[in-house]
Design a protein around this ligand. Structure first.
Ligand code: BEZ
Length: 178
């Protein structure tokens, strides 16, 4: 069976798997937050970076990209994502929405507060400071946040939480504060 995967983070600009269709989509009841610690992509063990996860917020809507994976590739793609996102993320089934309403049931990867690398809420200054200092095998944590902000703006889906952190990272004063 073909499957839809919903991307709300780096999958938006770097899906790294084959798909037959992609479209702007959203899910209800979740907000995107830089609350998950990364020790394998944008940080290292002992110096975690911050990457996005979804947190339940009943009135929220999270806009991203839905990818349709062909039947014969679905199993391999999901296994690839399980491995790529092995650091605390688990598959969840969600309704995918577009302008026409719910168009499919899809899979989304969520790292909740029960995983060992969950960092949770912190002040804007603390998040910016951590992001600015962190880097891992996939590159600088700041680059991740700035790329995500850019990708969301391109989708006409700027996200206040991500924007505020990307703005602070790009501030000319950032280098003086570091
Ligand atoms: C994503 O880019 O949508 C994504 C975020 C976290 C884990 C897996 C996928």
């Amino acid at each position: 069976m073909s499957v839809w995967v919903f991307g709300y983070g780096s999958l938006i600009w770097r899906p790294s798997f084959p798909f037959v269709e992609k479209r702007r989509a959203w899910i209800h009841g979740f907000a995107r937050r830089l609350w998950q610690g990364s020790d394998d992509h944008r940080g290292v063990p002992g110096a975690l970076g911050r990457v996005v996860t979804l947190v339940p917020v009943p009135e929220a809507r999270c806009v991203g990209v839905a990818f349709l994976i062909a039947d014969h590739e679905a199993e391999a793609v999901l296994a690839h994502l399980d491995h790529r996102e092995k650091n605390g993320y688990q598959r969840h089934a969600v309704d995918l929405h577009d302008e026409g309403g719910v168009f499919a049931r899809g899979t989304v990867f969520v790292a909740d507060e029960r995983n060992a690398n969950f960092l949770g809420e912190a002040s804007l200054d603390a998040i910016v400071d951590q992001v600015r200092r962190s880097r891992g095998p996939s590159g600088d944590n700041a680059e991740y946040v700035v790329e995500l902000a850019r990708a969301l703006r391109a989708l006409e889906a700027a996200d206040d939480h991500i924007e505020s952190i990307a703005d602070a990272l790009s501030s000319p004063y950032a280098i003086l504060d570091a």
